[in-house]
Design a protein around this ligand. Structure first.
Ligand SMILES: Nc1ncnc2c1ncn2[C@@H]1O[C@H](COP(=O)(O)OP(=O)(O)O)[C@@H](O)[C@H]1O
Ligand SMILES: [Mg+2]
Length: 403
């Protein structure tokens, strides 16, 4: 497994954080003068990949404070949260090291299973003896009203393209990557303010050849058109916000069967924890059962439920996100089985049609009639055409049988 560059080039010190001077200064001040603060928590907000999480770690490090990271799963029951932070947050001992408590991505706290999670968080803020830092992409959601009142907001701006360019360039130098400057600028622009995405793109483009050319950039933009499946999978596998996950497959070309196959192939590469994996497959299998019923009864409008299970279901199945860099791939093996299966289904459908015309059973037609018909279709176009007309075959079906 290759170390992800996002991890490798994570800023370790405040000074290494790019383009967020104001925000980092405010955060630093909050932690430093915590004992004098009226509000016991800050809420860092801003787009994904702008440096919220890394800033918290860097500031804690600067003040030689321990990091205590709490996530959604800790809030699932009261004992759990108490045992992890309850005690630690209420008393400050002379002998223990100071702490910063981080609740990253509080969006994850408001799912069905976590009802009460936000209330538990509010309580934690009221009682804490240590600075608490929360992060969110959108803090204005109504459900955060109560929490917002208890925090000072610190805004992380979307990173500008030149900030992203600076970081990418630094990485190229470290990794001894030969790069075309225009291509690198293009890559920085393409990241749309998300440095994490920019670094990931860079790594996937240059890892093998150690070179970034304009052609490789073109490859990336082409790839994003035809091969948007990997980026759709990121929204399911690398994310745990159900709202984002729900729209993951909106812009892919592949139909729902392919979505299943892609997920099935890549899920175990991403989810390393077996109970995460079990939950995710449970959702997939329910989605599959649903899909079967929909197909049988032709109730296509229920497909939204299949989508919800497949995307949001799988996304919330993990307790924590996995940080490794995984490149998502299609399976040859399953695709082959799938293609063979489709062929069989098609053959069966045509056989059923011929069976009705010739007053016999589909399986008879499959076994006895089709092989002869196919030979005739291939060898004698004229006779084939007449037969096909007589059997009411569509041109496309005739075509298919002639191959
Ligand atoms: N402002 C920044 N300066 C330097 N690196 C950054 C910055 N923002 C993001 N990164 C890179 O992107 C990765 C993800 O950043 P992170 O802090 O997790 O983003 P957020 O929490 O805002 O989604 C980091 O590990 C780091 O490599
Ligand atoms: Mg983060």
């Amino acid at each position: 497994m290759t170390l992800s560059w996002v991890k490798k080039y994570e800023p370790k010190k405040i000074g290494e954080i790019e383009g967020q001077d104001e925000a980092v200064k405010e955060l630093d001040k909050f932690v430093e003068s915590f004992s004098k603060q009226k509000k016991r928590a800050v809420l860092l907000y801003g787009p994904s990949g702008s440096g919220k999480t890394v800033s918290v770690y860097a500031v804690a490090k600067k003040h030689n404070l321990e990091m205590l990271e709490v996530n959604a799963s800790d809030f699932r029951n009261k004992e759990q949260i108490d045992s992890k932070v309850g005690h630690a947050s209420r008393q400050m001992s002379l002998f223990t090291k100071g702490k910063v408590i981080l609740v990253d991505e509080i969006e994850g706290l408001s799912g069905q299973q976590d009802r009460g999670g936000l209330a538990a968080l509010a309580k934690l803020i009221d009682e804490t003896a240590f600075p608490i830092v929360l992060t969110a992409q959108n803090p204005w959601d109504q459900k955060f009203n109560a929490i917002r009142k208890k925090t000072s907001l610190i805004h992380f701006e979307e990173l500008g393209y030149s900030n992203i360019y600076n970081v990418l360039k630094r990485i190229c130098k470290e990794e001894k990557i030969k790069f075309d400057d225009i291509a690198l600028k293009g890559l920085a622009r393409r990241a749309g303010g998300d440095l994490r995405a920019g670094i990931n793109d860079l790594q996937s483009l240059v890892e093998e050849k150690k070179e970034l050319t304009r052609e490789s950039l073109e490859y990336l933009s082409q790839r994003s058109k035809i091969e948007s499946m990997p980026s759709a999978l990121i929204k399911v596998l690398k994310n745990s916000d159900p709202k984002i996950a729900l729209g993951a497959f909106e812009n892919v070309e592949e139909d729902i069967d392919k979505q299943f196959i892609w997920l099935d192939e890549n899920l175990p590469k991403e989810y390393k924890d077996t109970s995460d994996l079990a939950r995710a497959y449970e959702f997939m299998s329910r989605a599959d059962v649903f899909k079967g019923r929909i197909r049988r009864w032709q109730h296509w409008r229920f497909l939204v439920y299949v989508n919800a299970l497949l995307t949001a279901g799988v996304a919330v199945s993990k307790d924590e996100k996995y940080k490794d860099f995984v490149s998502y791939t299609p399976t040859r093996r399953i695709l082959k089985i799938w293609a063979a299966n489709m062929k069989y289904q098609k053959r069966k459908a045509i056989a059923a049609k011929i069976a009705e015309k010739t007053h016999t059973s589909s399986s008879r037609v499959m076994k006895d009639t089709l092989p002869y018909l196919q030979t005739i279709f291939r060898e004698n176009k004229k006779m084939g055409k007449e037969l096909a007309d007589g059997l009411d075959l569509e041109p496309e079906e005739l075509d298919w049988l002639s191959k």
